[in-house]
Design a protein around this ligand. Structure first.
Ligand code: HEM
Length: 155
């Protein structure tokens, strides 16, 4: 297996573990927390559990970003970013940037604290916000995966 094939394989393994985890959190964990916990307990309980996934998401974000940029550089694909037909290349970088900002800057610096403080004022509203945010991230990620697979296989 050459370097580029290895990078492509690692790219996909990273995407599966990362976005698969987002799918699990959104469609299984959050609904379970909603059913099992009182509104006041939901946010802190969820934040405690998701903290473990956040580390996995950080590691896979780094892997996907590094392997993705390696592929762009190795194949000389920079000009794709000038073409609308390659919207899925922009989408990959955009999704990656959104997650990178959330996981490496917003979450550790202020978002985690903000959720916990605001949840004391209005737990239902903050939990709904967390649910919507996860659905938003899952939907843009799935659309990006659809576009990237179809686009890179000639559609
Ligand atoms: C820094 C961010 C990223 C860069 C630079 C990047 C770059 C690339 C490149 C160059 C390819 C190969 C394209 C080709 O074969 O023509 C690719 C494939 C792919 N990427 Fe990314 N990517 C990034 C992030 C993401 C993210 C966040 C996702 C998922 C949400 C993703 C999912 C995919 C998928 C599914 C493929 C198609 C693989 C295949 O079917 O062979 N990438 N990426």
């Amino acid at each position: 297996m050459d370097d580029v094939t290895t990078a492509r394989a690692l790219h996909i393994v990273g995407v599966v573990l990362w976005i698969g985890g987002v799918g699990f959190v959104t469609t299984v964990l959050l609904p379970a927390v909603r059913r099992m916990k009182d509104p006041q307990e939901r946010v802190s309980f969820f934040e405690r559990i998701e903290g473990r996934f956040a580390w996995q998401a950080r590691a896979t974000t780094l892997l996907v970003g590094a392997s993705g940029f390696y592929l762009v550089a190795a194949w000389g694909l920079w000009s794709r970013f000038q073409s609308v037909a390659y919207w899925w290349m922009h989408a990959m970088v955009l999704v990656w940037t959104v997650f990178t900002v959330m996981l490496f800057i917003a979450e550790p610096l202020f978002l985690h604290r903000w959720f916990v403080v605001k949840a004391q004022e209005n737990p239902e509203r903050i939990f709904r916000l967390i649910e919507r945010l996860h659905w938003f991230l899952l939907v843009i990620s799935m659309l990006t995966i659809l576009g990237a697979v179809a686009g890179s296989h000639g559609m």
